[in-house]
Design a protein around this ligand. Structure first.
Ligand code: HEC
Ligand code: HEC
Ligand code: HEC
Ligand code: HEC
Length: 410
């Protein structure tokens, strides 16, 4: 047991003035909250004597699972590293387990009969053990960093580029532009080919092996490319097409830039456009909304509409570029410290924690099985890939112990 690394000297710790604030985010059991923030910090301000006594508690009650070194064995996939974890956080979690606020039978049983004093001391003991290093934790799961959704989409879209163009701008007559389309529409269209609701044997075969996750990434990739008109011929009278398009603008938007659920038509390949209208007319593409508009226009008008729309500039649909793992982690670091090395004794360190454990608890927050207002809000809207990326990221960070020292008051 070595005391090393940063020394955090904080007047607030001594004076016990740290407000309950965000860290207590609704998870602290009433009893712990009653004891006040000064009590919560007892484990952070433990004496060497307390730590020695804590070690004896650990030997008797914890070491069988956590070891005296507090580092989970790689085969125990649900065992977190607790070595070097922040003391006030450890103490608080032990109390949460004690009252069953965090349901885990082995842990609930392990702390059931321990006194408050024992919990403070054992928390102080593990907080002062050297933390795990990334090599050990990364070995538990985190492989190399996964590509972000956009790069993954680009790679997967290379299989579509031959017909739809590298960036979704078609240069082959009959091949639709995919740029400028709402990703939800692209996803639905591909699923309709797969499921046979939209009949096109070639597209069905081409997309049969594309997974849903890949499809989401592909659609995102095309949506975020610089929009451009199809580089294909568009015979027909644009001015006449423009007048006819007045009837379509309610759904397809001014200039074919849709703001609703109907697809954008701006910049669309003219030959594909004509074929699509034919298929609505003859019923091979059965979409209730398009039945009447398609029936109302003759072949000449369709050609003019196609020419008009092909020459309108598509817009980039409104989709947010997803944050990369690094960008997400910057938000987490605000509370969890730079590289997951929290300097607040109440906020858990994440650095060099096992990836499998991190992933599991983040899902538990998302499902509401583990309760924390702060964490539920932070993980809101993150997908499985984001969670996996963050878990891998933190498991690879170097863990730094922090020593909390009371500062003599003036
Ligand atoms: C029978 C095995 C077992 C024993 C004994 C045990 N633990 Fe645990 N501990 C676990 C498991 C499994 C988890 C993961 C539980 C979860 O996901 O909520 C855990 C989780 C924890 C956590 C939560 C870590 C975090 O980052 O939130 C702390 C803290 C902890 N244990 C400390 C202790 C201490 C201190 C003792 C002794 C008083 C102890 N444990 C005894 C199995 C055990
Ligand atoms: C061999 C050429 C070819 C390849 C490769 C190809 N497509 Fe297509 N795609 C077409 C054709 C032709 C159509 C028009 C089919 C129709 O008339 O319904 C089409 C239609 C579509 C549509 C409907 C567009 C709209 O405006 O409704 C989407 C979406 C689509 N493809 C996505 C993809 C994706 C994603 C890939 C790659 C995984 C892909 N395509 C690969 C030729 C191709
Ligand atoms: C009531 C709303 C509505 C009106 C009015 C309407 N559309 Fe549509 N249109 C849609 C919807 C919804 C779709 C998507 C249908 C599908 O997925 O097959 C669509 C699809 C299309 C498509 C296929 C686009 C593609 O990428 O495959 C074309 C072309 C089209 N409409 C042209 C027109 C034209 C031209 C008019 C005016 C004469 C018109 N629409 C009027 C709702 C409308
Ligand atoms: C506003 C402050 C705040 C932010 C920002 C924040 N967290 Fe937390 N986090 C907390 C608190 C407080 C806890 C302890 C909650 C509890 O008691 O369960 C926690 C707990 C965790 C835990 C459980 C640690 C353990 O050892 O069991 C993980 C994992 C975690 N956060 C990951 C993240 C990630 C990833 C982000 C960014 C997406 C993030 N946090 C952003 C405050 C924050």
């Amino acid at each position: 047991m070595k005391r090393r690394a940063q020394i955090l000297v904080s007047r607030a710790l001594v004076q016990g003035t740290l407000a309950a604030g965000v860290f207590l985010g609704g998870v602290v059991p009433a009893t712990a909250a009653d004891s006040g923030s000064r009590d919560d910090l007892r484990a952070a301000l433990a004496t060497p004597q307390d730590i020695m006594e804590g070690k004896r508690v650990a030997e008797a009650s914890c070491a069988s699972c956590h070891g005296l070194n507090g580092i989970g064995k790689s085969k125990d996939t649900d065992m977190p590293n607790i070595a070097g974890q922040r003391p006030a956080y450890l103490y608080r979690e032990l109390r949460v387990y004690q009252i069953g606020g965090r349901g885990n039978t082995p842990m609930n049983n392990a702390v059931k009969f321990l006194s408050d004093d024992a919990l403070v001391k054992v928390a102080a003991y593990y907080a002062n053990v050297d933390p795990a290093q990334p090599a050990a934790s990364a070995g538990t799961k985190a492989g190399p960093a996964k590509p972000d959704p956009l790069s993954a989409g680009k790679a997967a879209a290379s299989g579509c580029a031959g017909c739809h163009g590298d960036t979704g701008i078609s240069s082959t007559p009959g091949m639709p532009n995919l740029v400028g389309l709402d990703p939800k529409y692209v996803v639905a269209a591909v699923k309709a080919y797969k499921g046979g609701q939209r009949k096109n044997d070639m597209m069905k075969t081409l997309v049969s092996a594309v997974t849903d996750a890949e499809l989401d990434n592909i659609a995102l990739y095309f949506a975020l490319q610089k929009p451009g008109k199809a580089k294909t011929p568009s015979p027909g009278n644009q001015a006449a097409g423009k007048s006819a398009a007045v009837a379509c603008a309610g759904c397809h938007g001014e200039g074919g830039v849709s703001t609703g659920t109907a697809p954008s038509l701006a910049g669309q390949d003219a030959q594909y456009f004509v074929a699509a209208m034919k298929s609505y007319k003859d019923g091979t593409r059965s979409e209730a909304a398009m039945k009447a508009p398609a029936a109302s226009v003759d072949d000449g008008t369709i050609k003019n509409l196609a020419a008009y729309y092909a020459n309108q500039m598509p817009h980039q649909p409104t989709v947010r570029k997803p944050l990369t793992t690094e960008e997400l982690a910057q938000r987490c670091d605000r509370c969890h410290g730079v590289g997951g090395n929290s300097t607040d004794p109440r906020a858990p360190a994440l650095a060099a924690q096992r990836a499998d454990y991190l992933q599991r608890v983040m899902h538990a927050y998302q499902k509401g099985e583990r309760k924390s207002t702060a964490m539920t809000a932070m993980l809101d809207g993150l997908g499985d890939a984001d969670i996996e990326g963050l878990a891998a990221h933190y498991s690879r960070q170097k863990a730094r112990a922090v020593i909390y020292m009371p500062l003599p008051s003036k």
